[in-house]
Write a protein that binds this ligand. Structure first.
Ligand code: DX5
Ligand code: ZN
Length: 219
């Protein structure tokens, strides 16, 4: 099993000082910065867009793990690539032509992630695992931080891990939503290698980012 990486979600950060929050996450040992982009249409919440992301880019060299919950997503891919995203993750339901959206992300030399909602089947990614860099398993319905972890989604992690290992691929598996110190261990056992967390990282142990990141990483 490869090393576990932590991708803190800035959805739980103080939006009035995002630059400082990102610097604090880097100091605390974050591996990536998870940025949730919501449009009030694909999901019932609105967050930030490419202009804010491009302004944040100078605060860290950590990879920007950009989770796009916007639809239709295809024509916005360039904006997020230009803004400094390193990984661009999209939902299959948000594009008319998944393969062409994957190719578009790749054309900007960005890593491609495909995200599966709790109700979305693994079939959506099984045949394209060799084309993508990452599968993002949503363990809550996307839209808000602080929701309860849906443990059944770990069955999909296990299936995808088996398939990736069988095919000897390097595709990563990331989990997102409701992660705490208990279920993170189970998720890692199921085959996840990147953990997203907002609430646990920013709120547990009086917001001790370093301790929270370390605990999620080592269990
Ligand atoms: C939910 C987002 C998540 C969220 C995770 O739609 O994709 O990244 O911020 O937050 P917690 O860890 O609070 O569930
Ligand atoms: Zn997310």
């Amino acid at each position: 099993m490869s090393l576990i990486k932590i991708s803190p979600s800035i959805l739980s950060a103080d939006f009035s000082k995002l630059g400082n929050e990102i610097q604090d996450l880097e100091k605390a040992g974050a591996d990536l910065i998870h940025i949730d982009v919501m449009d009030g249409h694909f999901v019932p919440n609105i967050t930030i867009g490419p202009d804010v992301i491009s302004k944040l880019r100078k605060y860290t060299n950590l990879p920007f793990d950009v989770h796009l919950m916007i639809s239709p997503v295809h024509n916005f891919i360039k904006d997020f690539a230009d803004a400094g995203a390193d990984i661009i993750t999209i939902h299959p339901e948000a594009t008319n032509d998944l393969i062409s959206s994957i190719e578009k992300i790749k054309s900007y030399n960005k890593k491609v992630g495909i995200s599966l909602n709790p109700e979305t089947s693994v079939d959506k990614v099984f045949s394209i695992l060799n084309l993508i860099d990452l599968v993002l398993i949503m363990s809550v319905n996307p839209g808000f931080g602080g929701q309860k972890f849906i443990k059944e989604t770990l069955n999909k992690v296990k299936l995808i891990r088996k398939e990736i290992d069988l095919k000897k691929l390097k595709t990563e598996i990331e989990i997102d939503g409701g992660i705490n110190f208990e279920n993170s261990k189970i998720a890692i056992e199921a085959g996840v290698n990147i953990i997203v967390s907002g609430t646990t990282i920013f709120k547990e142990n009086s917001g001790n980012l370093k301790k929270n990141i370390q605990t999620l990483k080592t269990g």
